[in-house]
Design a protein. Structure first.
Length: 367
């Protein structure tokens, strides 16, 4: 460390000040991997990736599996860290205990905090975060922001006033401006459920409720869409689309499919078929049948599979361990770590500059 930097560091009133090369806040982030490869792709753009601490937002209309996806993340976190606990802020009271039991979550490691309004949430959450230390293993779940009223809204309702609280979005922005700082300093994940609505225009699009503050504060935002999965005329489940609205690791506007069946729930291999078909690693030789492709030779393997029979390790393991498939996933979804502008591009652009239009004498004189 140079003498000047050492002097500046000693004069700093921030005890965490350090050289950037030594800063604990820029160490390689430990990804929490789920058991569902398609979810790992949505979180990180990689099959063997996962999610990292920070604020993640699941948004969508009612009954779009938002709470379950949040609890899936909590389950992965608590499995990775056996000493980890969950703080469950509940202002919707719509998440059945069956969800926790289905995922195998240990309810003795979950603190349930019922919330009546935004102010209760703000004061309790900030106090909890203030008393945690970096290294404490805790994941926060909020279900849901869309149902969280302000104290003023409740007081107006009690007094019989039918007025809208115009300050709600501003309050929400203030809350998460404080919370996200703690999450990053403490390296703690927070997962929030929120509502979305469609804009009223010719080409409508989904918008996350709660104002711009939540959008700016969140590290990751996923907006869920869904379609019915039918067997003949019978609805047997839902095909969800995870729309990546905002992410630090995945290309924005990416779409990752996930299927949830009424019988069996989410399969480990859910969503992979659409991706494999798009990449040419699987083909449909005839209607209702699927076959794997040898990418090196381009030959279609002789064995044909019914879709329901592909839901197994025998079908997917050779594809998932194929280096070309792994690279296809990264290229298709992952944000590149390479320089956004190459030296060749810079040199080419510099060559295009007409130097005859620049008076270098004037530049040298500072005019």
């Amino acid at each position: 460390m140079s003498a000047l930097l050492d002097k500046i560091k000693k004069n700093s009133t921030i005890k965490e000040a350090s050289l950037l090369a030594d800063s604990k806040f820029f160490t390689k982030k430990d990804m929490i991997q789920t058991w569902i490869p398609a979810l790992n792709i949505a979180f990180s753009g990689d099959l063997d990736g996962g999610f990292v601490p920070g604020l993640t937002l699941w948004a969508g209309p009612s009954k779009h599996f938002k709470s379950m996806f949040s609890l899936l993340m909590a389950k992965a976190y608590m499995d990775k860290y056996p000493d980890a606990v969950m703080v469950f802020y509940d202002c919707e009271f719509g998440t059945p205990l069956a969800y926790f039991d289905t995922l195998g979550l240990d309810k003795s490691r979950i603190l349930h905090i019922p919330i009546m309004n935004m102010e209760e949430f703000k004061f309790d959450c900030i106090k909890q975060l203030e008393n945690l230390e970096r290294g404490d293993r805790v994941i926060f779940i909020i279900d849901s922001l869309g149902n969280m009223s302000s104290k003023k809204e409740m007081e107006d309702a009690i007094e019989g006033k039918s007025v809208q609280d115009m300050s709600r979005a501003k309050q929400m922005k203030s809350i998460f401006r404080m919370i996200t700082l703690y999450l990053n300093l403490l390296y703690i994940p927070m997962v929030a459920v929120n509502h979305s609505y469609m804009t009223q225009e010719l080409y409508s699009k989904p918008i996350v409720s709660g104002g711009q503050g939540i959008y700016l504060s969140a590290d990751n935002i996923y907006i869920l869409g869904r379609q019915q999965e039918k067997e003949g005329t019978e609805i047997i489940g839902w095909n969800f689309i995870i729309n990546v609205e905002k992410s630090r690791y995945v290309k924005e506007k990416s779409k990752i499919p996930i299927s949830v069946m009424f019988e069996g729930g989410i399969s480990k291999w859910s969503g992979l078929m659409d991706i494999a078909l798009e990449g040419g690693f699987v083909v449909k030789p005839k209607n209702g049948w699927y076959a794997k492709v040898d990418i090196d030779t381009g030959e279609i393997e002789p064995k044909n599979w019914r879709l329901k029979d592909t839901d197994c390790k025998e079908f997917w393991l050779p594809i998932l361990t194929n280096l070309k498939f792994q690279q296809y996933i990264r290229t298709r979804y992952k944000v590149s770590n390479k320089s956004m502008v190459s030296e060749d591009v810079i040199d080419t652009e510099l060559d295009k500059i007409d130097t005859s239009l620049v008076d270098f004498d004037d530049l040298a004189e500072g005019d």
